[in-house]
Design a protein around this ligand. Sequence first.
Ligand SMILES: Nc1ncnc2c1ncn2[C@@H]1O[C@H](COP(=O)(O)OP(=O)(O)O)[C@@H](O)[C@H]1O
Ligand SMILES: [Mg+2]
Length: 290
Amino acid sequence: MRIIKHNTFNEPVDRDSEAVPAWGPRVLTITSGKGGVGKTNLSVNLAIALTQLKQRVIIFDADLGLANVDVLLGVTPPFNLYDHLYKGIPIEDVLTPGPGGIRIISGGSGFLELACLTSQQHSRLLEGLNKLNELADFIIIDTGAGISKEVLAFCAAADEVLVVVAPEPTSLADAYGLIKVIDRFKLHRDAYLIVNQSHSEGESLDTVNRLRVLAGKYLSVKVNYLGDIRFDPCVSQAVKKQQPFLLYNCAAAAGVKKIAHAILHKTMATEQQTEQGLPGFISKLGRLFR
Ligand SMILES: Nc1ncnc2c1ncn2[C@@H]1O[C@H](COP(=O)(O)OP(=O)(O)O)[C@@H](O)[C@H]1O
Ligand SMILES: [Mg+2]
């Protein structure tokens, strides 16, 4: 069967053709600077929205402190990346099925160990991740709060960085702080903004404009707007039931579905990257953690 894929530049890539490199899955890192703005909810529901658009999606729960994705979905991954690296658990067993056809990999402390892998563990990791190459079209990385070394490494290594911001001054300040660091270390030339918990389109646009004006004045990173998600009681109801809100017919779900379309159909990255997709992600991450 011929599978036509799209690379980061949204150009069709025929994976079966030997002339075209296998780009592997597109890696999206979801971050915010501030905690509690909705990163994990977005990661999970965006993943489901993309599977509804016939994409195969794996979520990497890279919040090294808290196992957020598990809690949100009421699933308990029996193994994490650490078990794969150190105990030889096959990567297929680390992949945990979630609702709507998504699959979850819990990072555990596996990522922190990338810097000090033996050559045997390194080849085991690459072998394992090569298998993921064949199993996914998108890898969504849910990061923890703050601008730690690990969060920045996940930003640097991803194809695209999605910055979640709530329409309030503290969240704006933290999102700007994050974009500033991306700019200072030249991690990316583009950042993709998602306004969450917005009460109106006007409020979302105002939030985007504030960030754009600041970034335009002081930074060279381009701030792109991907879309917004309304403040919606449906979200906390779904969280309490440990179910994704995308499965309900609510305003927040409509926002996420639009964003999934935008990600799939719009050309996102304008930068030429030498290392793309999952293989690029892994080699960049290994170097960064070193
Ligand atoms: N669009 C929204 N509308 C209403 N509440 C939301 C929305 N998005 C997130 N929340 C609330 O914010 C809380 C924190 O969300 P979460 O995804 O865990 O944030 P983060 O991962 O950034 O820490 C959730 O428990 C949820 O109740
Ligand atoms: Mg979270």
